[in-house]
Structure formats: C-alpha cells, structure tokens
Design a protein around this ligand. Structure first.
Ligand code: ADP
Ligand code: MG
Length: 304
C-alpha cells in the first residue's frame, strides 16, 4: 500500500501542492488528473524522491519514501518513473535500451524478457534499430518497456501516451495496463486524457489550485461530477440553470418541452453530431444522430 499523508511542497515561495493525502493499494491503478500546471508531474517527482517535502510523509509498505537529503541515489529500487522527458540512450538499439538495467548474467533469459516487452509495446520489428532513428512516439514506447523490464513494484507514468498517435494509442494502452495488472504492478498515472483513466484506473483524484478537489472511482466521479473541472475532464458538458451539470449526451431532442433552443451549428463527431444551440441566451451542446440546420427551433429534455 502506498500512503501519502498531508504532503506540502513548494519549489520557491508558492505552494504547488498543499496538504495532499491519498492511498493506493498494492497492484491498483491510480490516476492523477488536473489542468496543465496543477502539479501532476511535481507529485510524481515527489513520490520518486526527487525533492524533499516541506511537510508530510509518504510510505510504501511501511518504508518511508525520502528525498535527496536522505538518499545519495534518487528513486527507490522498487520504483520506476517514466517522466515526460524520457531519457533513452540514442546510440544503442531499442533492444539494448529495454535491457539496459537487466543483468548480463543470464543472457538467454535477458533476450526473452526483452522480446516479451517488445511485444507489449508493439516494437518487435524495431529491436535492432538505433533509438536515435525512432519517432517521438516510438521512443516513448521504448521508455515504457524499459521501465517495466526489472518488474518494479510501483510504476509512475507521466502522460505515458502523449507522443503516441491515435492509430497505436488504443491497443498500446490496453496491452500496457493489462500487463501491469497481470504482473500486479502498482501504477500511478498523471494524465489529462480521460481514456487513460475511465477503463483502466481503480481510483483517481483531481488536482486544482494545489489541492485535491475530487477523488473516488472513475464511475463515481463520472456519474456525479460535482464541479465543472471534473465534468470537463470526462467530456462535453453544460451548466443548466447555472447549477445542474449535464453532459452533452444526456440532453435529447424531444417533440415538445419547455426547454426551447435555437440551433446554431452542427459538428460531425463520427458516431453522432454535436449540436450547438442557444438556450435562454446560453450556448448549450447536445449529441444527436442527425445534422440539424442552423435556425431550427427545437425542444430539449434532460435524460439522466
Ligand atoms: P503539471 O504536470 O500538472 O502540468 P507541474 O507539476 O509540471 O504541473 O507544475 C506545477 C507548478 O510548478 C507550475 O506552476 C510550474 O510552473 C511549477 N514548476 C514545475 N517545475 C518547476 C521547477 N523545477 N521550478 C520551479 N517551478 C516549477
Ligand atoms: Mg506535467
């Protein structure tokens, strides 16, 4: 179990994280979300022991995680961190990078392990290519494979699929998170992509203004988003009557209702159209299976 108790941290004067507490069970997947600059990367760096805390404590299985004041080498043995700026060795091959931290004592086992991980990140064909000749997304996949090579107990991932294109992202995400679950690796992921969270995180928290503004399971936060920032993370939403948060897919066009709206624009979204309407002077969005012409008067109803 990872236990974070009342931690506070500032690079300079302003506190970037204030009184943060949470727990993550062994083998569980935990997501940290929040806007850019909300302190996600800082929190991962603190968990890795990169900086000394101003206040509070962190424990992994009753061992305290300590900063550089107490450690010569940053990063505990049992932990791996894939930072936003992944540093690979450019002049050796993909396979050699993935195996960089593995012992040469059992060369056959080492190669088998490298091959297994190449499959997880779908880079088998690139084993003998120099890392310097890879694209940004391919490098990110090498960094992910290398991070699990030595079976860490905890893996910290900072926006792990940010450089990977949409063609590859979905399958890679499923493979990697499945691999971590099967190998009971505890995973803390900082992300602004809801697809990293919805299907793969056991619990999550939302950072804003240095504090936790929401936490729970993805289902709990999705079904009861309490504030705009949480709703915005999950998708297109509206604030009705200046209080009720309603996702675009929860508004439907009906024959007649007292929610009258004027169509402004239809955006093609693939599986539906996102229709922008004017409702009592407010811009509101809802999902519809057909395009609607600008100027059309319609009635809407909330279906939760
Ligand atoms: P996120 O990952 O959520 O985008 P960060 O943790 O990178 O947020 O940054 C949180 C805040 O800390 C930001 O205001 C950022 O400018 C500041 N910050 C990040 N790294 C440093 C640093 N090395 N020195 C000073 N301030 C920093
Ligand atoms: Mg960041």
């Amino acid at each position: 179990m990872l236990k974070v108790k009342n931690i506070t941290f500032a690079y300079k004067k302003t506190e970037v994280l204030k009184n943060i507490s949470f727990e993550v069970g062994s083998g569980e997947h935990f997501a940290i979300i929040g806007e850019s600059g909300s302190g996600k990367s800082t929190l991962l760096k603190l968990l890795y022991g990169t900086y000394d805390l101003n206040d509070g404590h962190m424990f992994w299985k009753d061992k305290e995680i300590l900063g550089p004041k107490h450690n010569l080498i940053i990063g505990p043995e049992y932990m791996k961190f894939v930072a936003q700026e992944f540093d690979l060795m450019p002049f050796i091959t993909v396979g050699e990078n993935i195996g960089a931290f593995l012992s040469n004592f059992y060369p056959n086992e080492k190669q088998e392990r490298i091959d297994e991980l190449l499959e997880v990140v779908e880079l088998t064909a690139y084993k003998h290519i120099l890392v310097k000749d890879l694209s940004g997304g391919q490098k990110q996949r090498v960094a992910l494979a290398r991070s699990v090579a030595k079976q860490p107990e905890i893996l910290l991932l900072d926006e792990p699929f940010s450089h990977i294109d949409n063609f590859k992202k979905q399958s890679l995400r499923r493979r990697l998170f499945r691999y971590l679950k099967e190998n009971k690796i505890t995973c803390i992921v900082a992300t602004h992509d809801r697809d990293d969270v919805l299907s793969f995180s056991d619990t999550m928290m939302v950072l804003h203004d240095a504090e936790i503004i929401a936490s729970g399971t993805p289902q709990e936060l999705y079904n009861n988003p309490k504030n705009k920032l949480v709703a915005a993370f999950f998708g297109e939403f509206n604030v009705l009557d200046s209080k009720e948060l309603v996702y675009a897919h929860q508004l439907k066009r009906v024959e007649n209702s007292n929610l009258k709206a004027l169509v402004k624009h239809s955006y093609f979204k693939g599986h539906c159209y996102l229709i922008e309407v004017n409702l009592d002077g407010e811009l509101v969005f809802f999902e519809h299976d057909k395009m609607l012409k600008a100027g059309l008067e319609i009635s809407l109803s909330i279906m939760k």
